[in-house]
Design a protein around this ligand. Structure first.
Ligand code: SAM
Length: 272
């Protein structure tokens, strides 16, 4: 479990870094998504969203839709819905099915009570004012509407945190170097309940525990390298640390046959 400094937290929510670097295109997000190919059990996240929207009709707004994994699936499985993808980065929307718009979740360009469902999947940890953003999501929802929010636990992928801290320590010549920047800790699964509980009285959490077991260091390296946008927040040379971690992961795979990563994500189903 990592705990960011105030400066790291500010960088995780920095709109310029998000739109122009971290999510300028879908490359880094795809690297983080692809590691779940080796997870057991497998969760069909877009399928879970489709299932949770079974009783929804009308308009679905996907806030921070990224590369459109969920928008695409809804277009295919629920062509009756009007699905709108929205992101702060125009670049990452390039291949997302239209309609899409570039806008900030903190200033939603939608009228009160105008949307039947809102998705805010793995994105609330990136907004500066999380509580105010959640108020805005509740504002645009029609009575009876649903918000699906997702994030990771503070304990998620702790083996990657340990791998990073050891690699950073090796470079600095100390047992353990500075912790890896954490994206989800500002709005982790543990914090999400109380954040969402102020605007939404009816909360249901679907926890998604699993284990990733990998026999090739490449997906681990791609995952660690996907934090490049925050390289200057690491307190160690970023690429050198990634290389060092890659060598350690390869050694663990050689000795133990695989590298195991414990995962815990969750989807919160929220009604007013
Ligand atoms: C981790 S990705 C998640 C993408 C997608 N929801 C998914 O779960 O696959 C976070 C996305 O939120 C977007 N984002 C971050 N801050 C935002 C904001 N203030 N308003 C709108 N989008 C934002 C990022 O550009 C990025 O595409």
């Amino acid at each position: 479990m990592t705990s960011n400094t105030a400066q790291q937290n500010a960088a995780v929510a920095d709109k310029s870094i998000l739109a122009n670097s971290a999510y300028a295109d879908g490359r880094y997000l795809a690297a983080r998504q692809s590691i779940y190919r080796w997870q057991q059990p497998q969760y069909d996240l877009p399928g879970i969203v489709v299932e949770e929207l079974a009783d929804t009709s009308g308009t679905v707004l996907d806030v921070g839709c990224g590369n459109g994994k969920f928008v695409s699936r809804l277009h295919t499985d629920r062509p009756d819905l009007q699905v709108v993808g929205m992101d702060i980065s125009g670049g990452i929307l390039a291949d997302v099915p239209k309609p899409v718009l570039v806008a900030d979740a903190q200033a939603l360009p939608f009228a009160d009570n105008s949307v039947d469902a809102v998705l805010a999947l793995h994105m609330l940890y990136h907004v500066g004012d999380i509580a105010a953003t959640i108020e805005g999501l509740a504002r645009v929802l029609r009575p009876g509407g649903v918000l699906l929010a997702s994030t990771n636990s503070d304990t998620d992928k702790r083996e990657l945190d340990q791998l990073w801290a050891k690699a950073a320590g090796d470079i600095l010549g100390i047992p353990e170097g500075p912790a890896r920047v954490s994206l989800s800790s500002r709005f982790s699964l543990e914090k999400a309940r109380s954040y969402l509980g102020t605007a939404f009285k009816d909360l249901r959490v679907r926890e998604l525990p699993g284990t990733i077991e990998i026999t090739d260091p490449a997906p681990i390296v791609a995952h660690l390298a996907s934090y490049e946008a925050w390289a200057d927040q690491c307190g160690v040379p970023f690429h050198e640390t990634v290389s060092r971690a890659a060598a350690s992961a390869a050694a663990i795979i050689e000795a133990e046959g695989s590298f195991k990563i414990t995962c815990l994500g969750g989807i919160l189903v929220c009604r007013i």
